[in-house]
Design a protein around this ligand. Structure first.
Ligand SMILES: [Zn+2]
Length: 281
């Protein structure tokens, strides 16, 4: 959910809602405004055991843009399930679009002394492999983006790939959609964190985002027993299904609106090594 940018009427109780005083919910093309009193709340925490009580790793990147096949990693935060965290910068060797720098504050000048990608990406890949080898869950908010980019970077620089088949991903973006079926609208990390009352003070800093994503994942597991009590292997299967459902939902809207289509099988990695040839209808 996000704050309503325009004044409106609460879809539940009919009260007037001033700008930013309520929430915008719903599906693309079918938005609704809700007042503060009618805004949905997450269920309370349960006492059940599950993956949310086990140590989880978490990964986040800041990048040059939004295309996982062609954009580059500029900074990474790797929060270890073993309690050991690694943060780092990478000098991509290419210009950084000003609109990206405006989001995360990473400029070419700031990265001039950072390691080259062959070094920085190799470190990230070794770390991901160590998480896989320990059998820990890896939290990645919108994994289809970060992990697809990591795979593309590894290919670009001739590095080995992590053992992707064995990676256990916990993606709060996809799980949140699966629980709510999109009814609360497209929810970015800031939206989901606010809903679950997870602090996110410095959004678009990789470490802050990785911390918040992991805390959101833990809240989801604790508040939704059917999710928290799944094994991570079964949760992988569920997330693939939810991602596919979300993509089909989006695509049915996108076809009518002339927007580009999502790949239903693109989680946790885009299918194939190249972007889909017919990404735009
Ligand atoms: Zn209301």
């Amino acid at each position: 959910m996000r704050a309503n940018k325009y004044a409106g009427m609460c879809a539940t109780c009919g009260d007037d809602v001033a700008v930013e005083a309520g929430q915008l919910v719903g599906l693309p093309g079918r938005w609704m405004t809700l007042c503060g009193r009618c805004t949905p709340q997450p269920p309370p925490r349960g006492e059940h055991d599950g993956w949310h009580r086990a140590p989880l790793a978490s990964l986040d990147f800041e990048t040059t843009g939004i295309d996982p096949h062609h954009d580059r990693v500029l900074s990474y935060a790797l929060l270890g399930d073993d309690g050991h965290d690694v943060n780092g910068l990478i000098n991509p060797g290419i210009p950084i679009p000003p609109q990206s720098a405006a989001v995360h504050g990473l400029t070419a000048e700031a990265l001039v002394d950072a390691p080259i990608p062959e070094v920085g990406i190799a470190l990230v890949i070794d770390w991901v492999q160590s998480v896989i080898d320990r059998g820990a869950g890896l939290v990645v908010f919108n994994a289809a983006y970060d992990l697809t980019m990591l795979r593309a970077e590894a290919t670009r620089w001739g590095l080995r790939q992590p053992d992707w088949q064995r990676l256990l991903v916990v993606d709060p973006y996809v799980i949140d959609w699966g629980i709510e079926r999109g009814a609360l609208g497209p929810r970015r990390l800031t939206d989901v964190a606010a809903y679950y009352e997870v602090t996110l003070d410095n959004a678009h800093d990789a470490a802050a985002d990785a911390w918040a994503a992991r805390n959101v994942a833990v809240e989801i597991g604790a508040r939704h027993p059917e999710v928290g009590m799944s094994s991570l292997a079964i949760l992988m299967h569920s997330q693939r299904g939810w991602y596919a459902d979300r993509a089909e939902d989006w695509n049915s809207y996108a076809r009518t609106a002339g927007r580009s289509l999502d790949d239903p099988s693109g989680w946790p990695l885009a299918s194939g090594l190249e972007p889909p040839a017919a990404a735009t209808a």
